[in-house]
Design a protein around this ligand. Structure first.
Ligand SMILES: NC(=O)c1ccc[n+]([C@@H]2O[C@H](COP(=O)([O-])OP(=O)(O)OC[C@H]3O[C@@H](n4cnc5c(N)ncnc54)[C@H](OP(=O)(O)O)[C@@H]3O)[C@@H](O)[C@H]2O)c1
Length: 304
C-alpha cells in the first residue's frame, strides 16, 4: 500500500478521486480545513469503500502556517504507508471582490498557487523514483479554450500576490484563470527540477464540471440554475463532464502505469493535450518559483 496526499478532498473532484484511489488500495491523506468537513468526507469514502484507509489532515491552503504544519506532519513518517503521490486539487473562484489570505496575499493566488507551492515543493524530495505529482489546473487558463472565461492577466508574482483593484465579478474570474496559469508554470518548473529523479509532475484540466461546488461564491440564483442544468451541461457541452467522469482520468494520472514516463505534460480529461502558448515561458516559470519561495518565507517569518 502507498500513500497519496490530496488537497481539497472534502467535496467535488477531490472527494471523487480520493474515493477511487481508496478503492484501488491507496492510503488517502485527505486534506481538509475544518475538522468536521474532514471527518464527514472520510465517512463518505468509508461508506462507499469498506476497506478504505483514510487519514484526514488539516491543511488550509490559504494559511501558510497551516500548510507548513501539514508538511511537518507528513515528514514525520508515523506508521502510514510510504508516500508515493501528491495531488494538488483544492481551489477556489471568488467573484465578489478582492479578498486576502491570512498571510495578506490575494486569496485566489494564495489558495490555488502559493499553498500548493509550499506543500508540494516541500514534500517532492520525500517521493521515491516513480513517485507522481499531479496539479489540477483548468482549460480556462487558455483564451483559445476558455469557455467564456476572461484571459489570465499575468503581471509579476509580487503584484499577483498583492491583488489588483478590479472588484468586478470579471476581475475575480481573471484572478482565477491567472492562478490556473500559475499552476502550469509551477508544474513546468518542478518537472524540470525533478528531471533526474524519476518523479513525474503533470497538470490536469478536468473540463467544465457543473456538479461541483466551485461556483459557491456565485449569486444563489445562478448556483441553483447551474445545478439544475448540470446534467444537461455535462452531457451536451463539448469539454464538460461530471466530476465522477473527471475523477476517473485524474486517478489514472496518479496510478496508471501508462504514465510512468510522462512528465511536464498537460492532460485534458483522458487525453494529453497542449496548454496555452502563454503557459510555456521558462523565464516566468523560474521567476514565479523564486518569488513564491520569497513570499512564503516572508509570510512564515512574519507569523512565526
Ligand atoms: N468545476 C469545474 O468546472 C472546474 C473546471 C476546471 C478546473 N477545476 C479545478 O478543479 C479543482 C477542484 O474543484 P471542484 O470543481 O471540485 O470544486 P469544489 O467542489 O468547490 O472543491 C474544491 C475543494 O477545494 C477545497 N478548498 C477551497 N479552499 C481551500 C483552502 N483554503 N484550503 C484547503 N482546501 C480548500 C474545498 O474545501 P472546503 O470543502 O473546505 O471548501 C474543496 O474540498 C480546483 O482546482 C478547480 O480550479 C474545476
Amino acid at each position: 500500500m502507498h500513500t497519496v496526499v490530496i488537497t481539497g478532498a472534502t467535496t467535488g473532484l477531490g472527494l471523487r478521486t480520493a474515493t477511487r484511489l481508496a478503492a484501488s488500495g491507496w492510503h488517502i491523506v485527505l486534506g481538509h480545513r475544518g475538522q468536521s468537513r474532514g471527518q464527514e468526507a472520510a465517512e463518505r469514502i468509508r461508506r462507499q469503500v469498506r476497506q478504505a484507509s483514510v487519514e484526514p489532515m488539516e491543511i488550509d491552503l490559504a494559511n501558510l502556517n497551516s500548510v507548513a504544519a501539514a508538511v511537518r506532519h507528513l515528514q514525520r513518517s508515523g506508521d502510514r504507508p510510504p508516500l508515493h503521490a501528491l495531488l494538488g486539487n483544492g481551489g477556489i473562484q471568488i467573484i465578489d471582490g478582492l479578498r486576502h489570505s491570512k498571510d495578506g496575499y490575494e486569496l485566489t493566488f494564495a489558495t490555488n498557487h502559493l499553498g500548493h507551492h509550499l506543500l508540494i515543493g516541500s514534500l517532492a524530495d520525500q517521493l521515491p523514483e516513480g513517485g507522481r505529482i499531479v496539479v489540477v489546473s483548468s482549460g480556462t487558463h487558455d483564451p483559445a479554450k476558455s469557455m467564456g472565461f476572461p484571459r489570465p492577466r499575468w503581471t509579476s508574482p509580487a503584484e499577483l500576490a498583492a491583488g489588483d483593484d478590479d472588484l468586478s465579478p470579471k476581475g475575480g474570474r481573471h484572478r482565477y484563470t491567472t492562478s490556473k496559469l500559475a499552476n502550469l508554470y509551477f508544474v513546468h518548473e518542478l518537472a524540470r527540477r525533478l528531471e533526474a529523479t524519476g518523479i513525474t509532475v503533470n497538470a490536469y484540466d478536468p473540463g467544465l464540471m457543473p456538479d461541483t461546488s466551485l461556483s459557491r461564491n456565485y449569486p444563489a440564483a445562478a448556483q441553483i440554475g447551474y445545478r439544475l442544468a448540470a446534467p444537461l451541461i455535462a452531457a451536451a457541452m463539448p469539454g464538460a463532464r461530471t466530476s465522477r467522469a473527471a475523477s476517473k482520468y485524474l486517478a489514472a494520472l496518479v496510478e496508471s502505469p501508462r504514465f510512468n514516463d510522462t512528465t511536464g505534460a498537460y492532460f485534458e480529461g483522458p487525453n494529453q493535450g497542449e496548454s496555452s502558448v502563454e503557459s510555456h515561458d521558462v523565464v516566468r516559470e523560474s521567476e514565479l518559483w523564486n518569488a513564491s519561495e520569497q513570499l512564503i518565507g516572508q509570510a512564515l517569518a512574519r507569523r512565526a
